[in-house]
Design a protein around this ligand. Structure first.
Ligand code: MN
Length: 242
């Protein structure tokens, strides 16, 4: 299976986690929250063909780390994956709205000039704003909206823009998350955990907990686990061969 959005570098014992992922043959999109974290996080995956490290600048850190945009530009040729990037619309981040927008736009502009990337995107309480930006930078590559929580109109717009979606166990624990997931085209959906940020009760999610997503999708779609697994693998291949 694959975990399309997890923060390997933020686990207490990342080397052990990586070893277990390798043992289980998991594919991982290992996202980062700052350009400075990229090299160290990429080094964690050394010798693991199935772990790819995305270059990111998390919107919740945009106002503190916009001085790392130059480093972002320098590192961009080293990877085909960008994330975590995006916009965060939560109340506590309202004062930094303009800085977040500047950072997101600068990143999308750079990614576009670099020929596009697969991008894992945060859009909490800011789906419309994220989609506005993505539509301005239509050659920035393939956006994967991670833990999408917009409304139906925003979802339809995202689908029309060619977005993909990654959904995790925490999202699928809520009625709203299930309702959104059931509206996502099956062929545009991939599993994630968002570990170790995302939790299930008191347990932090581990990359192999994507298996929980399989079970949840099997219920939502009323499909056998093996069908769900085949579909997700086929989605994964089609994303990578785009
Ligand atoms: Mn995340």
């Amino acid at each position: 299976m694959m975990d399309m959005h997890c923060h390997l570098d933020l686990y207490k014992n990342p080397h052990q986690i990586v070893a277990k992922c390798k043992e289980q043959g998991l594919y991982i999109l290992s996202v980062t929250t700052t350009p400075k974290a990229w090299s160290g996080t990429n080094a964690l995956a050394l010798g693991c063909e199935r772990i790819r490290t995305a270059l990111g600048l998390h919107p919740q850190l945009a106002h503190e780390r916009d001085n790392e945009l130059e480093l972002f530009r320098t590192l961009l040729p080293s990877t085909k994956y960008v994330g975590e990037i995006g916009l965060e619309g939560g109340k506590e981040f309202k004062p930094y709205r303009q800085q977040q927008l500047n950072v997101f736009r600068t990143i999308l502009r750079n990614v576009e000039s670099a020929g596009g990337r697969i991008m894992s995107i945060h859009s909490r309480s800011a789906a419309t704003e994220v989609l506005d930006e993505l539509s301005k930078f239509s050659n920035a590559g393939t956006p994967i909206l991670h833990w999408f929580s917009g409304n139906k109109a925003e979802l339809d717009r995202a689908i029309a823009l060619g977005c993909w979606f990654s959904v995790g166990p925490a999202m699928l624990r809520t009625k709203r998350g299930i309702a959104i997931t059931s509206e996502i085209p099956k062929e545009k959906l991939l599993p994630e955990t968002d570990g170790p940020f995302a939790m299930m009760g008191n347990n932090m999610l581990m990359p192999w907990d994507v298996n929980l997503v399989l079970r949840q999708l099997s219920n939502i779609w009323e499909e056998d686990l093996s069908n769900v697994q085949n579909l997700l693998l086929s989605n994964f291949r089609s994303l990578l061969t785009k």
